[in-house]
Design a protein around this ligand. Structure first.
Ligand code: XMP
Length: 509
């Protein structure tokens, strides 16, 4: 594997992604964590950083210690830190260099640039430049603007050291991936065998070693991450994995039974708990969105804990945390790594003295899907839209009641089924129906109606952080509107939400 040391760059995840796409396994560690020599580590990549190496509080890391054992590649800040730590000099550039540059590498034999064109577009983003290289270091590439765009040393440490002033991990560096591939294969000697199958085998072994014959409990939600994580843990510990699926009464139509059914088919040891009456009772007359979230989160923990207490001697809590949920933002100001775990069981591990098992902790969503496919998780679960933990409660504006939930479930079921039937479901990142507390006048037959309004929401997005409204065909929207108004008694008007995020959000609450 490759270790990526994070100095707080916004691109660190992209480096990890590139390395994995080259079928080499990697892990990101914050720069506050020292190098742990391990026979599996084949090389180290140092990330960029928003800091300057000359800042008093600049993040650092023991590069010579790593270079005594494996090859090291520094990127941007990582390269400057390496140059500085081995005795070179880094200074503020007169102009901040940002954007495209043309890389010229003088030595055609240099393994790092094997197969890379003589003049290759790279992406720069730095305020400091290397003004003097340390002894035993040489220039490996230049651009029109800077004399040290890449450098190397094969003699300053036991293993080769490379530095790149540009960012090979961004797509604007058109041959950046080739350069990373050369580092991984030609310099570190990694074999490109990190496949989904290899990950599954390794992870299952690892969980088996950790858990032994002790019990693991896990909350499932019907979503991709928790399902894939549970399937992996199940492969390792079999019936010692106890899964709990809570019906909070805020799921989509028939979802509880369908998901429970598919889990049983997958052979999971799962218990469905219908707690909807409890949730409805506590949510009665509550209309503040944050209050709803708090109540739902708190009740979930209570219900889950009560189930956990029925099973004796549990040692572990399984979670479907994935990499984007783990915000290990390495602060330049010190050890303040903040970790956000995405299931609503915060506090439980400490309270019940449970250790965590998080098999997907280092994976991105598309990698989780790849693993899911490898272990035969149902395609319908893998390709499912995200669905918020508080469920339909935050899609009913104002107070929630069982009647309103039933109304929204019907309308939403028509919308989501129509998206699937028309082939539009996979074109959008997330879709849902919102029940507005607005009643308006309509006419059906000869009757005057005075009923609720449903808003349809569909967005395109990569990660939910920003989103655009999906430009669904008018004919499709017309049909869904007709179907909802004709079939769902209580809704006589349908509107389509054409707001992007920002400034709106995806959910209405
Ligand atoms: P917003 O509305 O913030 O939503 O644009 C972004 C993504 O997060 C989901 N979401 C939640 N998920 N608990 C969750 O588990 C919540 O309280 C919550 N609020 C929003 C939302 O569905 C979208 O995918």
């Amino acid at each position: 594997k490759i270790i990526i040391v994070d100095f707080g760059s916004q691109y660190t995840q992209l480096i990890a992604r590139c390395v994995r796409e080259l079928n080499v396994y990697c892990e990101i560690i914050p720069c506050l964590q020292p190098f742990v020599p391990d026979s599996g580590v084949k090389g180290v990549i140092l990330s960029g950083s928003p800091a300057s190496v000359n800042d008093a509080a600049a993040p650092s890391w023991d590069i010579p210690m790593a270079a005594a054992r494996v090859p090291v590649l520094g990127i941007c800040y990582g390269a400057q830190l390496m140059a500085r730590d081995f005795g070179g000099e880094v200074a503020r550039s007169k102009i901040r260099e940002y954007g495209r540059a043309s890389l010229q590498h003088p030595d055609p034999e240099e393994p790092l640039f094997r197969g890379v064109s003589a003049s290759s577009q790279v992406w720069m983003s730095h305020g400091d430049s290397i003004t003097r290289l340390p002894d035993h270091f040489g220039v490996a590439a230049i651009t029109n603007d800077i004399p040290v765009a890449a450098f190397k040393s094969t003699t300053a440490a036991a293993y080769p050291l490379y530095g790149l002033q540009f960012h090979p991990e961004v797509t604007h560096s058109t041959e950046g991936k080739k350069i990373l591939e050369n580092f991984l294969t030609a310099i570190c000697g990694c074999s490109r065998n990190w496949t989904a199958a290899a990950f599954v085998a390794e992870t299952v072994n690892h969980i088996r070693e950790k858990a032994g014959d002790r019990k693991v409990i896990m909350a499932l939600s019907g979503g991709v991450d928790s399902t894939v994580a549970a399937t992996l843990i199940h492969k390792a510990v079999g019936p010692n994995l106890y899964c709990v699926f809570v019906d909070n009464g805020l799921l989509r139509k028939n979802e509880f039974d369908q998901v429970l059914d598919s889990y049983r088919h997958m052979g999971l040891n799962i218990r469905g708990v219908d707690a909807s009456a409890l949730f409805y009772e506590k949510l009665r007359d509550v209309s503040s969105p944050e209050e709803k979230r708090k109540i739902i989160g708190g009740l979930f923990i209570d219900v889950f804990q009560a189930e956990a207490e029925k099973i004796k001697d549990i040692a572990f809590l399984g979670q479907g945390t994935i990499y984007p949920d783990v915000i290990e933002s390495v602060s330049v100001n010190g050890p303040s790594a903040t970790i956000k775990s995405h299931h609503n069981v915060g506090g439980l591990p400490e309270k019940m003295h449970l250790q965590l098992i998080e098999p997907l902790r280092f994976l991105f969503k598309d990698e989780v899907r790849r693993i899911g496919r490898e272990i035969g998780v149902d395609e319908a679960i893998l390709e499912r839209h995200p669905f918020p933990g508080p469920g339909l409660a935050i899609r009913i504006l104002g107070a929630v009641s069982p009647e309103k939930i039933a109304l929204l479930q019907e309308a939403d079921d028509i919308y989501i089924r129509s998206l699937k039937d028309s082939g539009n479901y996979h074109q959008v990142w997330q879709a849902g129906t919102i029940l507005l507390p607005v009643q308006s006048v309509g006419v059906m037959g000869d009757e005057r109606t005075y009923e609720y309004t449903a808003a349809l929401r569909a967005v395109t997005s990569h990660d939910g952080m920003t989103a655009d409204w999906a430009h669904l065909p008018y004919d499709f929207l017309a049909k869904v509107s007709n179907d909802i108004i004709n079939r769902v008694k209580g809704i006589n008007r349908v509107v389509y939400d054409i707001s992007s995020k920002p400034p709106a959000t995806i959910e209405w609450e």
